[in-house]
Design a protein around this ligand. Structure first.
Ligand code: ZN
Ligand code: ZN
Length: 284
């Protein structure tokens, strides 16, 4: 197998809830022989610059990406975006709003925990997030460090998981808003890891609202699901993407590059962009 033809378009860094820095992620990708990667942190693009810099130094193509949180009919819908202009004003305004809301949410959960007699402060949590976007994993780390819980899972189970005592809802936009925002920033939008909770009919309705493609390779998919989504993409002329959704070993393993995604996937994206905007995507 010629390893340098493989890519991974779903990687998280410590700018959201991953453990590795963007540089470490890109270096790891190089080690396992990947030709290109996309960093898709949750609702932030702050890690891209470092990844691009490392990538150009060591010879890994880095695609600008982000994974946006949206909600539709009470369902959490993650939307991946690639090749947008990171300096687009409209996109930047949204990401700023996401950052403010994330901070507010963390502060609320800390208040809730304090009310339950658990002592942790925003400073401690911010320290863990190292300037990146604050999320529940950082709260869990502080809880563990202070001995309130023994495992990461316990934090979610008892305190900050969905329906747990200190849980607060995340700020989410409607998928259509996300498609609009991504397309205004000249990027491509993909439905991340569409599981069985979402019907083909719903996916196709998103396509009508501006969705460009679907993620068909993901660790939570079995062979059947991947094949089904591949067929859906073929039948409806959708772009595809895929990756390991690696969080840098937060769950014990580093999966970067483990889910063979061929480089042709990126080539197809670039073709569409070239046709649509009559330009070359900025990277690669
Ligand atoms: Zn996701
Ligand atoms: Zn993800």
């Amino acid at each position: 197998m010629i390893k340098d033809k493989w890519i991974d378009l779903h990687l998280h860094t410590n700018y959201s809830d991953g453990l590795l820095t963007p540089s470490q992620v890109v270096k790891k990708a190089k080690e396992v022989g990947l030709k290109a990667v996309a960093i898709v942190d949750h609702d932030t693009i702050d890690g891209i610059e470092e990844a691009v810099e490392t990538g150009s130094r060591i010879g890994v193509e880095v695609v600008p990406g982000v994974e946006l949180s949206s909600q539709y009919n009470g369902k959490d819908i993650h939307i991946l975006a690639y090749y947008f202009d990171p300096d687009h004003t409209y996109l930047k305004r949204y990401l700023k709003k996401f950052r403010e809301e994330r901070y507010r949410r963390a502060a609320k959960m800390i208040q809730n925990l304090n009310r339950l007699g658990i002592h942790l402060t925003m400073d401690e949590v911010e320290e863990r997030s190292k300037g990146g976007s604050i999320g529940r994993p950082h709260l869990a780390e502080v809880l563990m460090e202070k001995g309130y819980i023994e495992t990461f899972q316990e934090a979610f189970h008892h305190y900050i998981g969905y329906h747990s005592e200190a849980y607060e809802e995340k700020y989410k936009i409607h998928p259509e808003e996300a498609f609009d925002l991504i397309s205004k920033a000249k990027g491509l939008s993909f439905l991340a890891h569409p599981g069985h909770f979402i019907s083909d009919h719903e996916i196709l309705s998103f396509v009508k609202s501006g969705l460009d493609g679907i993620e068909i390779i993901h660790p939570k998919f079995n062979e059947n699901r991947t094949q089904h989504l591949q067929q859906l993409a073929w039948d409806n002329d959708l772009l595809i993407c895929g990756g390991s959704d690696c969080h840098g070993g937060r769950d014990g393993q580093i999966y970067i590059g483990k889910y063979n995604v061929p480089y042709t996937v990126l080539r197809d994206m670039k073709l569409v962009l070239r046709k649509r905007w009559d330009t070359h995507p900025s990277t690669g």
